[in-house]
Design a protein around this ligand. Structure first.
Ligand SMILES: Nc1nc2c(ncn2[C@@H]2O[C@H](COP(=O)(O)OP(=O)(O)OP(=O)(O)O)[C@@H](O)[C@H]2O)c(=O)[nH]1
Ligand SMILES: [Mg+2]
Length: 314
C-alpha cells in the first residue's frame, strides 16, 4: 500500500518519518517497521540517531519512496511504501516541474494520506497562511475525486506542538472545517486529527498515524491478495490431473523426476507445481488471517486513543 505525506516545506514531514523510524525501526518486541532497502535503512538509522541529539533532518531536495514492512514481534505483516516529497513543489508555479507531475500522479494512486499542518502557523490568527491552506485543500480534493476502491483514510498531523503552549487554539483549522464536515458525512473517506511533537524525547505519535493508515488500507490490500490467490489456485488446478490416465502419467513423471533429482537436474513435475501452489495458498491464507487480526487490534488501539483524547476522528 502507498502512504503519501502531503505538506508544505518545513511542515515537519521528514522529521516525522525520522521519529517514526526512531520509535519503530527494527523493533521486534511489539510493532516495528523494517526498511527493505539497505541504503534507505542506513539513511533512516542516521536520521533517527541524530534526532536523539536534537538534530533534525535536512530539507528534502530529492523525493524518496521508502519501502517498509510493518512487523509484529519481528514477523512480517504488511508491506507499505511511505512517500516523502519535497514540500516546495506545492508552491511551484513551473508547469514543467517533473516532481510536480509525479506528485499529482502519487496523489491519485495513494491508499492513504498523511497531511502535515505546521502547528506554529496554525495557531497564528493573522490569516497569513490562507493561501498555503488552500493549496493543501486542493491537493486533498484531488485525492478525494479518485474513485477509491475502498474506504480512504486521511490523517491530519499538527506538527511542532512541543513549541506551543498547551491548549493553544489552532485558528487555521477553521479553513478546514468544511472539508472535515464533508469527510464526516462521507462513508468513503475517514479522517483522524492528531497533535505531534518530534524531538529528542518525543517520537511516539507517528505510530498513531501509521496505525490509522494501515488499518484503513488493509481491506483493499487483503482483497488484492485474495484476487491473486484465486488466479494462482486456478493455475494450480490446471496442473492437477483429473483422469485415471492423467494420474498414471503424473505418477510416472514423479518417478522419473525422483531419478532426475538423484542427478540433481531440478525437474519440477506438474504435481509439484500443483502442490506448491496449494501450499503457497495455505501459507498466504494464514498470512492474511494474521493481517486481519492485526487490523482488528489496531482498530481497538485507535478507539482507545480516541477515548483518551489522543486523536480525534471525523
Ligand atoms: N520543535 C520541533 N521542531 C520541529 C518538529 N518537526 C519539525 N521541526 C522543525 O521543522 C524543520 C523542518 O522540518 P522537516 O521535517 O525538514 O520539514 P519537511 O516538511 O520535510 O520540509 P521539506 O523537506 O522542505 O518538504 C526541522 O528542521 C525542525 O527544525 C517538531 O515536532 N518539533
Ligand atoms: Mg523533508
Amino acid at each position: 500500500m502507498n502512504i503519501l505525506m502531503v505538506g508544505h516545506s518545513r511542515s515537519g514531514k521528514t522529521s516525522f518519518m525520522a521519529g517514526m523510524y526512531k520509535y519503530l525501526g527494527d523493533d521486534k518486541s511489539g510493532y516495528g517497521i523494517r526498511a527493505k532497502n539497505a541504503t534507505q535503512k542506513r539513511h533512516l538509522q542516521r536520521m533517527a540517531e541524530q534526532l536523539s541529539y536534537g538534530k533534525y533532518p535536512t530539507g528534502t531536495d530529492v523525493q524518496q519512496m521508502y519501502n517498509f514492512e510493518l512487523t509484529c514481534l519481528g514477523e512480517d505483516i504488511i508491506p507499505f511504501n511511505w512517500m516523502d516529497y519535497r514540500g516546495g513543489i506545492l508552491l511551484s508555479d513551473d508547469p514543467d516541474d517533473e516532481d510536480m507531475n509525479k506528485f499529482l500522479k502519487a496523489i491519485k494512486t495513494a491508499d492513504a494520506l498523511v497531511v502535515f499542518l505546521d502547528g506554529e502557523k496554525l495557531s497564528d490568527n493573522s490569516g497569513r497562511w490562507t493561501m498555503e491552506y488552500d493549496i493543501l485543500l486542493s491537493c486533498i480534493e484531488n485525492s478525494l475525486d479518485v474513485d477509491h476502491q475502498s474506504w480512504f483514510p486521511i490523517c491530519f498531523v499538527i506538527t511542532k506542538c512541543d513549541m506551543l503552549p498547551d491548549g493553544i487554539p489552532f485558528h487555521g483549522l477553521n479553513r478546514f472545517h468544511t472539508l472535515f464536515n464533508q469527510i464526516s458525512d462521507s462513508k468513503k473517506v475517514g479522517a483522524m486529527l492528531v497533535q505531534c511533537s518530534i524531538n529528542s524525547q518525543d517520537y511516539f505519535t507517528p505510530f498513531l498515524a501509521l496505525a490509522y493508515c494501515i488499518y484503513g488500507g488493509t481491506p483493499i490490500y487483503i482483497q488484492k491478495r485474495l484476487d491473486s490467490m484465486m488466479s494462482a489456485a486456478n493455475r494450480a488446478k490446471q496442473h492437477r490431473p483429473e483422469t485415471l490416465i492423467g494420474w498414471l502419467a503424473a505418477g510416472t513423471e514423479q518417478l522419473l523426476s525422483g531419478a532426475a533429482n538423484i542427478i540433481d537436474c531440478g525437474w519440477q513435475t506438474e504435481l509439484d507445481k500443483a502442490e506448491s501452489a496449494n501450499w503457497d495458498y495455505e501459507k498466504e491464507q494464514k498470512q492474511l488471517e494474521k493481517l486481519q487480526a492485526i487490523a482488528e487490534e489496531l482498530e481497538e488501539k485507535l478507539k482507545q486513543w480516541s477515548n483518551d483524547d489522543m486523536v480525534t476522528f471525523f
